[in-house]
Design a protein. Structure first.
Length: 215
């Protein structure tokens, strides 16, 4: 069953998000007529501009994910889509788990302990951009950043970089997590192509640890 439906006349937006969905292996249906939507769909992605042209969209029973093509990136839209697919529109705590690496670093995102999304990053610049991206789409929630302690020297380096990001949100906590046995687990996420670093981050995100001073 295809759970994601897309209705938009914004050709550039449609190209960008469908390209992202294909790369993540997310099946979707592009609607020419919104009234043809499958009522079993879990989310309908559209824009306020499309709703203004076709207000009947608001009468559809399928949950609406109204995105902003001018302000949101394809990755942000992807994360919000998974949020809807996991029925996590309302939640209290955002958790971002990090499996530090010298070359590749795994990241996993959870909403109230429910896994939403994972990816790899290459450097601290990408880490900063990713954190900023998540704070933009989830700005008012308690946030816990969990960092694995596989190599404490590397863990401290990550903590120091995050401290220097001048994060404006006052509700952000940082936690060091015991990383033992995180590489022995199997597929835990949304797709079967997660890397070992992503899988480790998924396990880190499910564990409790030691709070550290963030500011």
């Amino acid at each position: 069953m295809t759970e994601v439906c897309i209705y938009t006349h914004n050709a550039k937006l449609f190209y960008l998000i469908t390209k992202k969905f294909r790369s993540e292996g997310i099946p979707f249906v592009a609607l020419d007529d919104v009234l043809n939507i499958n009522q079993d769909g879990r989310v309908l992605i559209t824009t306020s501009q499309d709703i203004a042209k076709y207000p009947e969209i608001l009468s559809i029973n399928t949950p609406l994910l109204i995105i902003s093509p001018e302000q949101e990136t394809p990755e942000q839209i992807l994360v919000k889509t998974w949020q809807f697919l996991k029925s996590m529109q309302y939640f209290s705590t955002l958790t971002i788990a990090i499996d530090p690496g010298t070359k590749l670093t795994g990241i996993a995102v959870f909403l109230d302990g429910i896994f939403i999304y994972s990816r790899e990053i290459l450097n601290f610049y990408q880490l900063k951009k990713f954190l900023q991206s998540m704070f933009e789409i989830f700005p008012k929630h308690r946030t816990i950043i969990k960092i694995g302690n596989g190599v404490m020297k590397l863990t401290r380096k990550f903590i120091e970089h995050i401290r220097n990001y001048e994060i404006k949100e006052s509700n952000v906590e940082c936690m060091i997590i015991n990383e033992s046995f995180t590489t022995r687990k199997y597929h835990l996420g949304n797709r079967k192509t997660e890397s070992k670093h992503e899988r480790a981050a998924m396990i880190i995100g499910r564990r409790s640890g030691e709070l550290v001073f963030f500011k």
